[in-house]
Write a protein that binds this ligand. Structure first.
Ligand code: KG4
Ligand code: ZN
Length: 355
C-alpha cells in the first residue's frame, strides 16, 4: 500500500494505491480562494494545504478502507513547484514515513504525470509499461518531451517560454474567465463549428524539438485587442454561458488549433528523426478536447500506440505520485526521510539544486 501526498501548487491531493497499482482512493481538494486574485497566491496555498490535509487524508483512508498501520510506503512530491506548498506536503510525508517506520520516496512531479497514462480509472491494476516510450507532458508549468527507456528518462525538448496550459490561462484572464482559464477557453473554442477562418502560424523553434507559446499568446492577445477596438465585446466573464460573440470564438479557436498543431509538429519531427512505437500524453492540458481528438488521429497515421491519460487523472493528483513511487519501490529505491529536500526547480533525472 502506497500513500502519496501531492502539494506542488494549489491542489491538496492524497491517494492510496495497492501493490498492483490499483487506485483504492484518490482525493483532490482544490483551493478556490485564489480565484479572486486571478492566479495562485503562494502564501495562501501553503496555509490552505495545512488546513486541507486532515480532512483529505481521513477521507482517503476511509474510502480505501485502510488504516495507517496498513501503509507500506509513503511518498510525496519533492518538486518542481511552489516551495512553500512543496514543503508542507514533503514534511508531512517525511514525518509520516518516519513515524510509521516505512520507506519514504520523494517523487518528481513530472515523473508522476509521465507515467499517469498507465493508471486505470476503472479500479483495475496499472497497465503494462512498454519498455520504451515517448512521453509528452503538457501542463500549466511545463511542456516537455521525454524519451523513457526502462528506468532512464531523458529530456528531449521543453518550452523556451510559456507552457501550453499557461498560455491558455493568460488568454482566459484577458477575457475575464475565472482561473485557470484553460478549460473554459477550450470549451469556448469548441463552439466554433468547422475550422477557424484565420490560421495562426504554428510556432517553430528552428530545427529544434523545443516548444514556444509566448509568441502565439501575444498574437492572440493582439487579435483580442483588435476586436475590442472594433467595438466587439471581449470581456466574457460576465456573459451567460454560450453567449460569447463569434468573432472572439474564432480567435480562441485559431489559438487552440495552433497550440495543438505545435505539439503534433514536434511529434512529427521526432518521429522522422527516430521512429517510436509508444507515445504517452499527460498533464493538465492533456484534457484539451482538440488534442484528445487530434492525438489519436496522429498516432493511427504513424502506427504509434497512444496512451492518453484519462481526463480524471490529467490534472494534478496524488495517484500519479503514488504510482511513480511504486515503480521506484519495486526497484528497491527509497529516500531517507531525514534528508529529502524540496526544490522549486528540479530537472527530471537530475539532482536537485537549492532554490
Ligand atoms: O497538470 P496541472 O493540473 O498542473 C500543473 O502541473 O501545471 O495542469 C493545469 C493546467 C492549467 O494551466 C490549465 O488551464 C490547463 O492545465 N488545462 C487546460 C485544459 N484543462 C486544463 N488547458 C487547455 N485545455 C484544457 N481543456
Ligand atoms: Zn502537474
Amino acid at each position: 500500500m502506497t500513500l502519496a501526498i501531492e502539494t506542488s501548487c494549489d491542489d491538496t491531493a492524497c491517494a492510496v494505491l495497492d501493490g498492483a497499482g490499483r487506485i483504492l482512493a484518490s482525493e483532490v481538494s482544490s483551493q478556490l480562494s485564489h480565484q479572486a486574485y486571478g492566479g495562485i497566491v503562494p502564501e495562501i496555498a501553503s496555509r490552505e494545504h495545512l488546513q486541507n490535509w486532515p480532512p483529505i487524508s481521513d477521507a482517503v483512508l476511509s474510502k480505501a478502507d485502510v488504516d495507517w498501520k496498513d501503509i507500506d510506503v509513503v511518498a510525496a512530491t519533492q518538486g518542481p513547484g511552489l516551495i512553500g506548498s512543496l514543503l508542507v506536503g514533503l514534511s508531512l510525508g517525511k514525518a509520516l514515513a518516519y513515524a510509521l517506520r516505512v520507506p519514504f520516496k520523494a517523487v518528481h512531479h513530472l515523473e508522476g504525470h509521465l507515467y499517469s497514462p498507465f493508471l486505470s480509472v476503472e479500479g483495475g491494476p496499472h497497465l503494462e509499461l512498454p519498455h520504451s516510450f515517448v512521453g509528452l507532458v503538457v501542463s500549466g508549468g511545463h511542456t516537455c518531451l521525454y524519451d523513457v527507456s526502462g528506468p532512464r528518462v531523458t529530456t528531449l525538448a521543453q518550452t523556451r517560454d510559456d507552457a501550453m496550459g499557461e498560455s491558455f490561462d493568460k488568454i482566459g484572464k484577458r477575457i475575464g474567465l475565472p482561473f485557470p482559464g484553460g478549460p473554459h477557453v477550450d470549451t469556448l473554442a469548441d463552439a466554433l463549428e468547422g475550422l477557424p477562418k484565420k490560421r495562426f502560424k504554428v510556432p517553430l523553434c528552428g530545427d529544434s524539438l523545443d516548444f514556444s507559446y509566448s509568441g502565439l499568446k501575444t498574437r492572440t492577445l493582439k487579435e483580442i485587442e483588435h476586436l475590442e477596438r472594433a467595438g466587439e465585446c471581449v470581456e466574457i466573464g460576465d456573459l451567460p454561458r454560450g453567449a460569447a460573440p463569434m468573432p472572439l470564438i474564432e480567435v480562441l479557436a485559431s489559438f487552440r488549433a495552433a497550440a495543438v498543431a505545435q505539439l503534433l509538429d514536434r511529434l512529427d519531427r521526432l518521429y522522422r528523426l527516430d521512429p517510436f512505437e509508444h507515445l504517452a500524453i499527460s498533464g493538465g492540458a492533456a484534457a484539451n478536447r482538440l488534442l484528445r481528438r487530434r492525438a489519436p488521429e496522429w498516432a493511427r497515421s504513424h502506427g504509434v500506440e497512444l496512451h492518453l491519460v484519462a481526463p480524471e487523472l490529467s490534472s494534478d493528483n496524488a495517484a500519479m505520485i503514488a504510482f511513480a513511487a511504486l515503480l521506484h519501490h519495486r526497484r528497491g529505491e527509497s529516500d531517507d526521510p531525514r534528508d529529502a529536500e524540496a526544490f522549486s526547480r528540479l530537472g527530471l533525472g537530475e539532482a536537485g539544486s537549492p532554490l
